[in-house]
Design a protein around this ligand. Structure first.
Ligand code: KG4
Ligand code: ZN
Length: 335
């Protein structure tokens, strides 16, 4: 079964061809960073327009690189939310058109479900596992019992982890997206130069809060007498975020009695985070899985993977109708 995945929820126009849920034949991503960076963040109207310009070429390239034609595709899996409405509609409408014209089954995929399953693009993980999804819009801990069985354990009450990286990068005039820029600058800084607060919330809670940390960084930048370099601030901020993420991840594993932990989402591309998660996992006897950075950030391969598994599990229900709608705030599907 060949699945064509299509992803346009934010600022990446992406298409991929996946065979039997695990063999990736192509994975094309047209990144829009150059368009949005001068505005310091994604401009929804521009993102939609650039998706329209890129989508056809991206899909054609995904099919060509996989060495297949549209007639070989057995299922089209497309992101239907959550995300920016004007971006989602581009991918969804193209997918519907192709499904209708080619008489190909269509399945709408939750973008977050794609992130939760991205690890299966490179290796098999034993169920159950705890997944920490950390991106620009989300910071969520899930218990994953099966391909379509997810239980939310904790989430951010304010900013997402990636959003805090982007905001601190803006405070330091580094540019957008902030995560990779902070990571690079932090390599030259001293994590011992200052201690930012670790917002852990009340004992036992698996929720997150990053807005207080962001405010503490702003205050430190304003009151800095020159004793801290920008690199020190980046290093100390990143260290505080990582510390919180590591502690919550393993608190969740301990509470659920689970020995498999999976990272996902754009922030999971952070090398320092991956190293600390893996070191703590070794110490606690928990196996930590980190998808390759290209599977952490937005891509269509993970959408094809999630669509494949949902379609296989729900084949009794069949494909989605062509009246399928986009949803900016689509919740993760209940199991
Ligand atoms: O999953 P993603 O590509 O898109 C969303 O669905 O949001 O995540 C993007 C987020 C951005 O906030 C970006 O700054 C952050 O992931 N990010 C990173 C790194 N690479 C991307 N954060 C920290 N370190 C990185 N290396
Ligand atoms: Zn994402």
């Amino acid at each position: 079964m060949l699945v064509l995945g299509i992803e346009t929820s934010c600022d990446e126009t992406a298409a991929a061809v996946l065979k039997d849920g695990r063999e990736l034949l192509s994975n094309i991503i047209a990144d829009q960073t150059a368009v949005h960076s001068r505005y310091g963040g994604v401009v929804p109207e521009l993102a939609g327009r650039v998706h329209i310009e890129n989508i056809r070429r991206v899909i054609e390239q995904a099919l060509a690189e996989a060495g297949v034609g549209i007639g070989d595709i057995g299922l089209i899996a497309v992101t239907r939310g959550p995300g920016l409405m004007s971006s989602l509609l581009v991918g969804l409408n193209v997918a519907k058109g192709m499904a209708y014209a080619g008489k190909i089954p269509l399945i709408g995929v939750n973008h977050l479900e794609g992130h939760l399953l991205a690890i299966f693009l490179q290796e098999q993980v034993e169920f159950p596992y705890v997944s920490l999804g950390i991106s620009g819009g989300h910071t969520e801990l899930y218990r994953v019992d099966d391909f379509v069985a997810y239980t939310l354990l904790g989430r951010t009450r304010d900013d997402a982890a990636g959003e805090s990286f982007d905001k601190v990068a803006r405070m330091l005039n580094l540019g957008y997206p902030g995560g990779p820029l902070i990571e690079r600058l932090a390599q030259e800084g001293d994590t011992g130069a200052h201690r930012f607060p670790r917002p852990l919330l009340e004992p036992g809670s698996l929720d997150f809060s990053f807005s207080g940390l962001k405010t503490a960084v702003r205050q430190k930048i304003e009151s800095n007498d020159g004793s801290l370099s920008d690199a020190d601030i980046a290093a100390c901020f990143q260290d505080a975020v990582i510390d919180v993420l590591v502690r919550k991840m393993f608190a969740a594993c301990e509470r659920e009695g689970i020995r498999h932990a999976v990272l996902t989402g754009g922030v999971a591309a952070n090398g320092a985070l991956r190293r600390q998660m893996e070191a703590e996992g070794t110490r606690r006897g928990v196996q930590v899985y980190s998808p390759k950075p290209v599977f952490c950030t937005d891509n269509a391969a993970m959408i094809a993977c999630a669509g494949y598994h949902r379609y296989m599990r729900e084949s009794r229900l069949g494909a989605d109708p062509l009246s399928l709608d986009a949803s900016a705030t689509l919740p993760i599907p209940a199991s």
